[in-house]
Design a protein around this ligand. Structure first.
Ligand code: GRF
Length: 196
């Protein structure tokens, strides 16, 4: 089986990207990292590993921006696109062109959106968690692949809770990508089964 070509989209610090770059026996290689923000740590992490990087900033025209992004991604011929802290919504045309997975810091469908950690704290939940899901045209909505619960502690701040969530993210995302690369994820509508 050939090594799968992974393209990662990231907008920030890229610790999940780093987890993918460091993961053993992934069955795939990160062949490119693209960001909507030019000077982010995620791009530096990729460049440090000799991985192709590009910034595609959104300045005004969303449709033109997504066309450029799509062309850049297409030129890298991905088997799988991974959203690892990518803070933009992508159209149906993009997310149905390739398989796309996303990592989200809550137990979806609870707390979708960009403020999941703060929202979970504000709600007073005792347990939150991490979700990896296939991406569809709606925000944080597509079929769930894997979830792991994380306790909320008394006195947690968004920072302490996010740090606890990220430890789980850095295991769960590579595990899911490894399963995808090995062909172990079986998708049936909203239901995703992981074959042993
Ligand atoms: C993660 O918490 C992820 O769940 C969310 O954005 C954050 C990205 O973190 N979608 P990083 O850039 O990978 O460190």
């Amino acid at each position: 089986m050939h090594s799968k070509r992974l393209v990662v989209l990231a907008s920030g610090s890229g610790t999940n990207l780093q987890a993918l770059l460091d993961a053993p026996d992934l069955g795939g290689a990160v062949v490119g990292v693209l960001s909507d923000r030019p000077a982010v740590l995620a791009l530096e992490r990729a460049a440090a590993r000799g991985v192709h990087t590009a910034a595609v900033p959104l300045d005004g025209d969303r449709i033109a921006w997504e066309e450029t992004l799509t062309d850049r991604v297409a030129s890298l011929q991905p088997d799988l696109v991974v959203l690892a802290g990518f803070m933009r919504v992508l159209s149906g045309a993009f997310v149905h062109r390739w398989p796309v997975v996303n990592i989200h810091p809550s137990l979806l469908p609870a707390f979708p959106g960009a403020h999941a950690v703060q929202d979970a704290l504000a709600w007073g939940v005792k347990v939150t968690g991490v979700t990896v899901h296939f991406v569809d045209e709606m925000v944080d909505h597509g079929p769930i692949i894997a979830q792991e619960a994380v306790p909320v502690h008394a006195g947690d701040t968004p920072e302490t809770l996010h740090a606890r969530l990220q430890k789980v993210e850095h295991q769960l995302l590579p595990d899911v990508v490894r399963d995808w690369c090995a062909g172990r994820l079986i998708r049936d509508g909203r239901h995703v089964r992981t074959q042993p």
